[in-house]
Design a protein around this ligand. Sequence first.
Ligand SMILES: *Cc1c(COP(=O)(O)O)cnc(C)c1O
Length: 402
Amino acid sequence: MKALVASDLAILGGPPAFDEPLHVGRPNIGDRRMFLGLIEDMLDRRWLTNNGPYVARFEAQVAEYLGVRHCIAMCNGTVALEIAIRALELKGEVIVPSFTFIATAHALQWQEITPVFCDIDPQTHTIDPDRVEELITPRTSGIIGVHLWGHPCAVRRLDEITRRRRLTLMYDASHAFGCRVGGIKVGNFGRAEVFSFHATKFMNCLEGGAVVTNDDALARKIRLMKNFGFSGYDNVVYIGTNGKMNEASAAMGLTNLASIDAFIAANRRNQHHYATGLAGLPGVRLMPCDPRETVNAQYVVAEIDARECPLGRDEVLAALHAENVLARRYFWPGCHRMEPYRSYFPHASLMLPRTEEVAGRVLVLPNGSSIGPDEIGIICAIVRSALGQADLVRGALTRKAA
Ligand SMILES: *Cc1c(COP(=O)(O)O)cnc(C)c1O
């Protein structure tokens, strides 16, 4: 590992620290032989989709891992959200955080349900239960909490509020596979929870998603809905869509489930190295990753506070990008500042001060089984070195912009 001195920074004219770009969200990939073996079998059997044996096995393993009665695997997390929302008969208005991936809001708006954006708790970055009730109107039918970065929402508070106000509660658990609340795995809260198994997520199926629930009747309904409403051959009993997961995706899911403990161990090790490497830097806070709750440790979330840090978040980002470290802003600037929501609710930001602050501070750093302590040591040295020469870095950025 090279030691970084002043002129070494790429932004000040040195060569980039990494020859190849280091992305956020590089896939976790389990045992390649296992995956290829499953694919060979699939091709021999010529059963590629339509509730094949891999999908059935994947659903059973996920349900067992989470300790939940039903897992219905789907083609992606967005369709899984749309189907869960429809199966739960949400309508009118649904309260959601704005600080989330746009699919949480779109899954509602796609079915002409209005997402009403709620502010977040700046500690956990999840929906603030103290702000929920003031958003409830006669049109409100439910709440969708998002376990952002794998940090579980305030599930007990939300449960209490939705029971008392007779609303439906569900969760977008896209980030939270394996995460826990008081020993209970995410997947067991609300009426249903939705996972994404997109390539960038902790657990991936290439593309994929699932609805999990402990409600037998809801699970039956969702199974019909994701298969055009078919109940056996030639018999359609419900309006449905095509949400099916294919066998190749399930094979990837089975492969990755077999390596899940190794993924967790790699992520935790990496979190530890980031925490050590960034310790003591002014205005740089790494979101704590409590192993009892944020079990998968997938997201390394730094917050750059411009009041204390010698460089702003976007300047740190630019310094990292110059070194081929493709750190990212995430969920910036918030769903309420993207279309169509910013046109529908032009004054939403007035209600979302914490969302705006946090969205302006967050910097997500590379993690996952494809990187290790050596790379992380260099990434932290880049940040340290950039902050140590903040004036030079800012000057270089200004010249670049001109
Ligand atoms: C990734 C993600 C989704 C969408 O999942 P896809 O599988 O990409 O469709 C939804 N919500 C959140 C919070 C996500 O991060």
